[in-house]
Design a protein. Structure first.
Length: 284
């Protein structure tokens, strides 16, 4: 710890230093769950998050009971995601891309909020809740259409208040008895949300795309991630190897704090909005 300033003064000072470091550079951005908390999507690693082990792809594929439980939770989680809106942080990153400052966004989130905020070059490392695909024939389905099918087949299903979301954007259902699992309307096989399950690998071509964003940039911002997930720390290493300055915005410690040019210990929405203002010269 090098600062003795109170948090607000510290953050203001750190933002000014970040603007200095980032000024005139093309910037890659890596985001985690922290950028979406202000949109009402809880950070499952944050305080008060339910402690549980996420379902693996093997469990999902091996048992119909597991799939039933997963689909109830995933459907409830999707409804919560679909009702959320991009926040000031997502919007600031879209503004920065339009202004030619942000080169691309790599996200660990599956909520699709960067795209909805207007960011164009987005790599969704862990996939997206917006798509579902058939593991047999490969047919891709839009989640909104599928949600309608799920509700038509299970008219009793409702989203409870104070829903607790899990790592794949799924909720923990009280019961999944009697739930009719959606199946592929083409071949009748198993449908799987297009998200990387716990213990699954990120497709190599997707990681390469994320790497290209970092290696074709001149600086890296990490926002709302404690970098617990390995893919995140690997991208920070790529940036470091190319001697790119790294700016970290996160409440709490991250695995790369000591390697950062600037660490801003504050909320991502207000800090990204301040950076957008400082780097584009316009109010957001
Ligand atoms: Zn199929």
């Amino acid at each position: 710890m090098t600062t003795l300033l109170p948090p607000d003064a510290h953050a203001t000072d750190a933002i000014a230093r970040a603007i200095e470091v980032l000024s005139g550079r093309r910037v890659a951005v890596l985001t985690g769950a922290g950028v979406s908390t202000d949109s009402g999507i809880p950070d499952y690693r944050g305080k008060g998050a339910p402690v549980r082990t996420p379902m693996t792809a093997q469990q999902f594929l091996a048992s119909e009971q597991a799939r039933r439980r997963y689909w109830v939770g995933s459907h409830l989680g999707w409804r919560t995601f679909a009702a959320s809106e991009p926040n000031a942080g997502h919007l600031a990153l879209a503004d920065l891309e339009r202004a030619g400052v942000v080169n691309g966004v790599v996200t660990q989130n599956v909520d699709g909020l960067h795209l909805r905020a207007g960011s164009h070059r987005v790599v969704e490392l862990h996939g997206t809740m917006r798509r579902v695909f058939c593991i047999h024939c490969g047919q891709v389905f839009d989640r909104r259409d599928l949600a309608e099918r799920v509700e038509a087949a299970n008219p009793w299903i409702t989203v409870p208040d104070n829903i607790k979301l899990g790592p794949d954007g799924d909720a923990l259902p009280e019961s999944s008895d009697g739930f009719v699992i959606p199946e592929c309307s083409i071949c009748g096989s198993v449908l799987k949300p297009d998200v990387v399950f716990f213990g699954e690998y990120i497709p190599p071509e997707k990681f390469s795309e994320a790497e290209r964003i970092v290696t074709s940039s001149e600086a890296l911002i990490v926002a709302g991630s404690s970098l617990v997930v390995n893919s995140g720390i690997r991208l920070v290493e790529r940036a470091r190897r190319r001697k790119l300055p790294v700016v970290i915005i996160n409440r709490g410690d991250t695995r790369a704090d000591r390697k950062a040019a600037v660490k801003i210990n504050a909320g991502t929405s207000e800090v990204l909005a301040a950076l957008a203002k400082g780097l584009t010269g316009t109010a957001t």
